[in-house]
Design a protein around this ligand. Structure first.
Ligand code: NAD
Ligand code: UDP
Length: 340
């Protein structure tokens, strides 16, 4: 029997790629999004690429009545919960907005799920919950809690809310997926990351430099204790990440409880290595200048992804070259994102 899943935030960057992978794996979908950080053009292209009609509900996860109507209308088996605000810097300036949207919104969603008897959820968490790890690679049993900003705290609190929920009701099936650094785009070049305003994240910034929208990359710090002094992260192709969600929801069929998996590749690259790899893939120069460290940044962070490999049979297979090539295809075909 085909399962029907609700994808909150399914119009956004990771959600849109997840839609395609869930459809390819034979799931039926309903997408809910309030479009606060995305364009409906993304969903239109997902429909076009997949050849499927996807029911869309424009609503906020804080709108309990809208959620109740959705669960009454569609027989949902599981929820993939991407909806949330994600800009670290903005979360420092507007903590209440982040706590309200991410935490209050998630609680409203879980309440509506409980009322509807839908007790399977896959939650988009982040490696940020580990704070500055004592060592790398990072395993799921490393301590969490030393998060440095309201965004990270919102992820940690939602993880804890879900832990308490599972402890109170043994029917819940919960996956906490801790993402490392999602990059890349769908092979078609039709969907990808389309940040509004100046990108905060490295890869969209680099690709905007390569396409000529920005003059040079600011490298935030070159005095870290890393091989070339610049920050090291575990960049993971968004399609690999999306496939991890399909595996997680399939695994949750086996039984109740809370499961935690890192979704990363297990290898780190520095900022300068990323700029160089992007130059190779795009054939365009990516000039950079060294600047001061960015507040709250850590030197290095990469995953031990072996638990997901062992338990989910999932492993990231797309390497750095493919991440850069796919980002470049999306960026060059859509120099102004979905507005092009
Ligand atoms: P995104 O902004 O592209 O997608 C999030 C979507 O959620 C957007 O379409 C937005 O309109 C929607 N949304 C936000 N608040 C909502 C609300 N209250 N009600 C309904 N819809 C709402 O971001 P993304 O990169 O696709 O991230 C998806 C999830 O993964 C987020 O929860 C994010 O925190 C998490 N995550 C992202 C990264 C990353 O680097 N991209 C890393 C770790 C975790
Ligand atoms: N970074 C940078 N310049 C930028 C954006 C990011 O040097 O314009 C660096 C940042 O300091 C970090 C790495 O790139 O070492 C990844 O940053 P990003 O914001 O993409 O992810 P996160 O900080 O969440 O790991």
């Amino acid at each position: 029997m085909k399962q029907t899943i609700l994808i909150t935030g399914g119009v956004g960057y990771i959600g849109s790629h997840a839609c395609l992978e869930f459809l390819a794996a034979g799931f039926r979908l309903v997408v809910l999004d309030n479009l606060c950080n995305s364009s409906l053009e993304s969903l239109r292209r997902v429909k076009e690429l997949s050849g499927h009609n996807i029911p869309f509900v424009e609503a906020d996860i804080r709108d309990r009545a809208a959620l109740d109507r959705l669960f009454a209308e569609y027989a949902i088996d599981a929820v993939i919960h991407f909806a949330g605000l994600k800009a670290v810097g903005e979360s420092v300036e507007k903590p209440l907005r982040y706590y309200d949207n991410n935490i209050a919104g998630s609680i409203t969603l879980f309440e509506a799920m409980q009322a509807a008897g839908v007790k399977t959820v896959v939650f988009s968490s982040s490696a940020t919950v580990y704070g500055d790890p004592a060592s790398v690679p990072i395993r799921e049993d490393f301590p969490v809690g030393a998060t440095t900003n309201p965004y990270g705290r919102s992820k940690l609190i939602i993880e804890q809310v879900l832990g308490d929920l599972a402890a109170s009701d043994p029917e819940w099936r919960i996956a906490l997926l801790r993402y490392f650094n999602p990059v890349g785009a769908h092979k078609s070049g039709r969907i990808g990351e389309d940040p509004r305003g100046t990108p905060n994240n490295l890869m969209p910034y680099i690709s905007q430099v390569a396409v000529g929208r920005r003059e040079y990359l600011n490298v935030w710090g070159n005095d870290y204790p890393t091989p070339d002094g610049t920050g090291v992260r575990d960049y993971i192709h968004v399609v690999d990440l999306a496939l991890g969600h399909v595996k997680a929801v399939e695994k949750l069929r086996e039984g109740p409880g809370v499961r935690i998996w890192n979704l990363g590749t297990g290898r780190g690259y520095s900022v300068v290595e990323m700029a160089r790899a992007f130059e190779q893939a795009s054939g365009r120069p990516v000039p950079y200048k060294f600047g001061p460290r960015r507040a709250g940044d850590i030197a290095q962070c990469w995953a031990d992804p072996s638990l997901a490999e062992h338990e989910l049979g999932w492993k990231a297979s797309r390497g750095l070259e493919e991440m850069c090539e796919d980002t470049w295809r999306w960026q060059s075909m859509n120099p102004n994102g979905f507005d092009s």
